[in-house]
Design a protein around this ligand. Structure first.
Ligand code: SF4
Length: 492
């Protein structure tokens, strides 16, 4: 029979802990403790307290700030979990001097101090600057889309939301009618009835929430002046496409200095597109260094990807005489170094299975007669005689839906057998000379030069690791507060 070491929980051990000695030099918590105690002016929080003469003493903002920042640096943004850490984790006990603030105190401190936290961000930046951590030679701007504390199911235009509210009311009426019917027949099951009554209550609350939102809010307008989807939980967040599907969230945009990847400016925007955010971010960089003798952008460079490239943004850079390197979405395709990039991409499922779809060459096309016959012998209709796509002109033909729906060649012709709609064929018939002047063209020439490519290639290494670190190393993958102001405080 095997023998095991004996153990006995019925014993006492005296663990002597010196909180001061838990904060070891060289660690993040040591730096944090030093910074908060010695470098930051926390008087900015004092106006929030009205207990000079009456009331209980409050928790020192320095203490709350230390535990919140330590928790955030470990990816923990829930105030309940921060409260638990202050009870269970010796580092948090040491930083909070074992005072164990309640989670509501922590939550209130975080959500009610966005302006103060933004001011602290500026103070930290000054400390970094004094220590020579900011080079001010090159700033890379980029954004990262993160989900907000709101569900995309509660998004829609005002018309959509009205429809949703009516649908819920219909469902409630149906259930109530069912209950009346069952009562008359004496067929009601108590457990089912109880569950359905709870459902009715939930539905009524939801419908009431939508109605109140519709009553108190105007329709939300996008940049183009057209209505965009509102969200009844956090109407400043937006529905946006990401590589992981559609989310309800904010795009957190950061400007990062190249020397030590210090974030010099950050802001959350409730819009899916980063188009139009270059100018405000540049202004925020200048704002961050407004105490300097000269703007860092007098000599500094700005790098940003194609999401920020548009005529207005480039004209703004030229007007302000800022040395910007903003790629357009054809930048890679013009770069000879990426000429063979396509060969290394994994084959699509159709190519991999050897079933490439019919190309234009498989169709019988007579340009002058504007006539096109598909491999199944069906005639396609002329959709557009001269369609301009990039700098090319195409003649576009489209199959008749009824032909394509019943065609035996669908799997060879359409992108997918599940594709709804008919096959479209674009035949190139010419190209037009694009205007070779203007800020877009000048930026293309600048970024396509050897020096331009060299400088732009640094963007990836400056800004992307910062988002990688926040998302994957620290583990912050969503905003837990609601409203742009609070979310901004959290992102700072
Ligand atoms: S899918 Fe449509 S266009 Fe393609 S071969 Fe069949 S009928 Fe012709």
């Amino acid at each position: 029979m095997p023998r095991f070491k004996e153990y006995n929980r019925g014993q006492s051990v005296l663990l002597a802990i010196s909180f001061d000695r838990q904060i070891l030099p060289g660690t993040f918590e040591y730096t944090l403790n030093f910074l908060v105690d010695n470098k930051l002016d926390l008087n900015i929080f004092h106006h929030k307290y009205k207990n000079d003469k009456n009331g209980r003493p409050a928790y020192d903002p320095a203490l709350l700030l230390k535990i919140v920042l330590l928790a955030y640096s470990r990816g923990e943004t829930s105030s309940r979990k921060i409260e638990a850490l202050c009870r269970e984790n010796v580092l948090f006990m040491a930083l909070s001097a074992d005072s164990r603030p309640h989670f509501t105190t922590i939550a209130d401190f975080i959500s009610s101090s966005p302006e103060e936290i933004t001011a602290l961000f500026s103070q930290v930046l000054l400390v970094c600057d004094d220590m020579g951590l900011i080079g001010k030679e090159m700033f890379a701007i980029d954004g990262c889309k993160l989900p907000s504390n709101a569900s995309k199911e509660w998004s829609g235009t005002k018309a959509n939301l009205k429809k949703k509210s009516k649908k819920i009311d219909r469902a409630v009426r149906y259930m109530l009618a069912k209950h009346r019917d069952e009562d008359q027949k004496g067929e009601n099951d108590i457990s089912i009835r109880k569950r359905e009554e709870q459902q009715i209550e939930t539905l009524l609350k939801a419908s009431d929430k939508i109605d109140r939102f519709l009553k108190n809010n105007d329709e939300r307008l996008g940049h183009s002046g057209k209505e965009v989807q509102s969200n009844i939980t956090d109407n400043e967040s937006a529905k946006m496409k990401t590589s992981n599907g559609v989310i309800q969230g904010y795009v957190g945009v950061a400007a990062v200095d190249s020397k030590h990847q210090v974030v010099v400016s950050a802001e959350a925007y409730g819009q899916g597109q980063e188009h139009g955010l270059l100018e405000p971010m540049i202004e925020k960089i200048e704002e961050a260094f407004k105490g300097d003798e000269q703007s860092p952008l007098m000599d500094g460079k700005i790098l940003a990807d194609s999401g920020y490239c548009n005529k207005d943004a480039l004209a703004y850079l030229e007007e302000r005489n800022i040395d910007g390197y903003i790629a357009d979405n054809r930048f890679r395709s013009r770069d000879p170094r990426f000429k063979t990039a396509g060969e290394h991409k994994p084959a699509t499922s159709k190519k991999a299975s050897g079933k490439e779809r019919f190309t234009t060459a498989d169709f019988q096309i007579e340009i002058d007669k504007q006539h096109c016959i598909c491999p199944a012998g069906k005639e396609l209709w002329l959709k557009c005689a001269k369609a301009k796509i990039a700098s090319n002109i195409f003649m576009q033909f489209q199959g008749h839906k009824e032909d394509c729906d019943h065609c035996t060649e669908r799997d060879k012709c359409l992108r997918s057998v599940k594709q709804k709609g008919a096959r479209q064929v674009n035949v190139k018939i010419g190209n037009f000379v694009q205007e070779k002047t203007g800020p877009l063209e000048r930026m293309k020439q600048k970024i396509d030069s050897t020096l331009g490519r060299h400088i732009y290639s640094m963007r990836l290494g400056i800004v992307e690791p910062v988002f990688g670190h926040i998302n994957d190393a620290i583990g912050i993958k969503r905003f837990s507060l609601r409203g742009k102001k609070k979310v901004n405080g959290q992102s700072d």
